[in-house]
Design a binder for this molecule. Structure first.
Ligand code: NCD
Ligand code: ZN
Ligand code: ZN
Length: 433
């Protein structure tokens, strides 16, 4: 069999560190098979799946069940997240033993209604996780403001979709980023800020990096490319946590990527059915939309337009995610794609995104009708094509592997200690050492 790549560019496959594949528990929205098929069509060769499935991934047994599901269905490689909750620090060792890519901590309410740990519980959890080297990814938002405003808006009978935007000032995210960074600074825990949606969050992120905190951040195409004008066009479809904010945030977020404050692009692929996205009451619409298969075309369109270089894109889509989560195909060598995880891309191909063409079970997104330039034509995972000529390759279901097996994360240490911290950790020599 011959293979002709004339005219194509070969990129490292994208690593999407933030997807919700809904399996088990919400498989009418997505499962590991449909989600990883969508990834393959998007030039994505590795995904990190979030733990807000049913039951919540917060103990070793639940994680083992999810591993078995993923191993039997995945077309591409994956890592699995586990939750850090209010009273679950004793589960940290068994979760690491069962194989996780990292932890997820919900600082605010979102889909799945996972309870938010107190600052005290977060401090204990961060202390516990730091020596393990694992990174903690944060849904860095709080809902106190939204819940208060939502109540007032509902009382006044407002159902305008813009109410969602108006109810979530970015200050709640800014406060959460700053608080998480302080806890990381004093415990040594590595952290990652998920779905950065506003220019205002860049301040505390930049400050924490300058203090030496091991903190990284991602943004998503919708925060870079959409704004308040898209609410009228999309109605409930655009509802997502955190919300798409005013378009004045777009350019500062691009600048944050270009200057390295934001480390990477992820998608927060959050599939729901059309029925769940188009309910009359904006507040009852399930938040989020699919994104894993549209990220690369959307981002490559900006390469074609000359906003940045293809090397910038590869840094955000593959190199930095691999570095930040210590994914080394061979010991010591950071080279995403080096184990033949590759996207074969036509950089000049102009086409139109269509919800109906999505592999995801959730065929409803804000991108329907969007013109893009750049098409992933074939996708290879560890030397084997899983998507070829825009078709899934037969018998690749189950080819995906968990990448926790190749992860290397050295022990992390606090930037400084003081009497207070010593007192807190005195009974935990492994932390105080
Ligand atoms: C996500 C989901 O649906 O699981 N939804 C969303 O609006 N982003 C949860 C999340 O990432 O907060
Ligand atoms: Zn979130
Ligand atoms: Zn998410």
């Amino acid at each position: 069999e011959t293979f002709d790549a004339t005219g194509l560019h070969i990129l490292p496959g994208a690593i999407d560190v933030h997807v919700h594949f809904r399996d088990p528990g919400y498989t009418h929205k997505e499962d590991f098979e449909s989600g990883t098929a969508a990834a393959a069509f998007g030039g994505v060769t590795t995904v990190f799946d979030m733990p807000n499935t049913i039951p919540t991934v917060a103990d070793g047994e639940t994680l083992k069940v999810k591993h078995a599901i993923a191993a039997s269905k995945a077309h591409v490689d994956y890592g699995l997240y586990a939750v850090l909750g209010e009273d679950t620090i004793d589960k940290v060792p068994e979760l690491i033993e069962a194989g996780i890519i990292g932890f997820k901590c919900y600082m605010g309410n979102t889909f799945g209604r996972i309870p938010t740990p107190s600052t005290g519980a977060m401090l204990e959890a961060f202390e516990m996780v730091a020596p393990t080297g694992k990174r903690i990814s944060l849904h860095a938002e709080t809902n106190s403001v939204m819940e208060r405003r939502q109540k007032r808006l509902t009382e006044s009978g407002r159902t305008d979709p813009l109410a969602h935007l108006a109810s979530r000032p970015a200050v709640v995210a800014v406060e959460a980023v700053a608080r998480a960074a302080i806890l990381a600074e004093w415990t040594g825990a590595r952290i990652h800020i998920l779905h950065i949606s506003s220019a205002a969050e860049l301040g505390p992120l930049r400050d924490a990096k300058a203090r030496g905190v091991d903190i990284t951040g991602e943004t998503c195409p919708h925060y870079l490319m959409l704004g308040e004008a898209d609410y009228a066009r999309c109605r409930g479809i655009i509802r997502v946590n955190p919300p798409v904010r005013e378009s004045v945030n777009n350019e500062p977020l691009w600048a944050g990527l270009l200057d390295g404050t934001i480390d990477m692009i992820a998608t927060d692929h959050a599939p729901h059915t059309p029925e769940e996205k188009t309910r009359a009451d904006i507040w009852s619409v399930d938040c989020g939309f699919p994104g894993v298969e549209t990220q690369m075309p959307l981002m490559l369109t900006e390469v074609a337009a000359g906003r940045y270089d293809i090397r910038d894109y590869v840094r955000w889509s593959a190199v930095n995610p691999a570095k930040v989560w210590g994914l080394y195909p061979k010991k010591g060598a950071i080279l995403p794609g080096a184990d033949a995880d590759l996207a074969f891309v036509d950089l000049d191909h102009a086409w139109t995104l269509r919800d109906a063409d999505l592999q995801s079970r959730s065929k409803i997104s804000p991108w329907d009708g969007r013109k893009v330039v750049g098409l992933p034509r074939h996708t290879m995972v560890r030397g084997r094509f899983v998507m070829k000529d825009r078709a899934l390759v037969a018998d690749t279901k189950g080819h995906g592997r968990s990448v926790h097996a190749i992860q290397q994360m050295p022990e992390a240490r606090p930037l400084h200690t003081d009497e207070t911290l010593s007192a807190v950790t005195a009974d935990r020599p492994e932390v105080a050492a």
